[in-house]
Write a protein that binds this ligand. Structure first.
Ligand code: HEC
Length: 135
């Protein structure tokens, strides 16, 4: 009986304690949306690419993903506007990353809009996640 309880407990708690990397699943949804094969190099290039700040913006510095997430993805980033610490993006040091589809969608929408002035395409999101997954 005790063994059974322990086993039931493990079944219950294991999934909650272990964050699952949802990138493979996200990639499938992007392909359903028309994306082709994903390319980590293209994702890396997008990640570093700088975009001019929109006209009238308070901060006229160029914008990029690394502006907040930092250059070294195994280190914490710092929000360019609020100064808040952002946990490292690299799965190798932060296994909690990319474990919630809702969160991934929300931040892609928000951050692509802020950096590029538009939402990212399914191809772009897939390329970026393919790159990030290797970090
Ligand atoms: C203005 C600051 C800022 C910029 C620029 C920025 N991000 Fe983020 N990003 C955040 C914050 C804040 C979060 C949420 C906090 C966290 O996840 O630690 C986040 C979270 C994310 C997440 C969710 C990660 C997860 O674990 O689910 C993704 C994906 C993401 N950003 C991608 C991007 C991409 C792609 C770009 C460039 C187009 C970008 N970010 C640029 C601030 C920024």
């Amino acid at each position: 009986m005790r063994i059974l309880c322990v086993m039931m407990g493990m079944l219950f708690f294991a999934p909650a304690a272990m964050a699952e990397n949802l990138i493979p699943e996200m990639l499938k949804t992007y392909q359903v949306d028309g994306a082709k094969n994903f390319d980590a190099k293209a994702g890396e290039a997008l990640w570093h690419k700088e975009y001019a700040a929109p006209e009238g913006a308070e901060n006229t510095k160029n914008r990029s993903c690394q502006a907040c997430h930092g250059v070294d993805l195994s280190k914490s980033g710092e929000h360019i506007r609020t100064g808040k610490v952002i946990d490292p993006m690299a799965l190798s040091v932060n296994p909690q990353r990319f474990s919630e589809a809702k969160k991934i969608r929300k931040w892609f929408r928000r951050n692509c809009k802020w950096v590029m002035g538009r939402v990212c395409t399914a191809q772009e999101k897939g390329d970026i996640l393919t790159y990030l997954q290797q970090q």
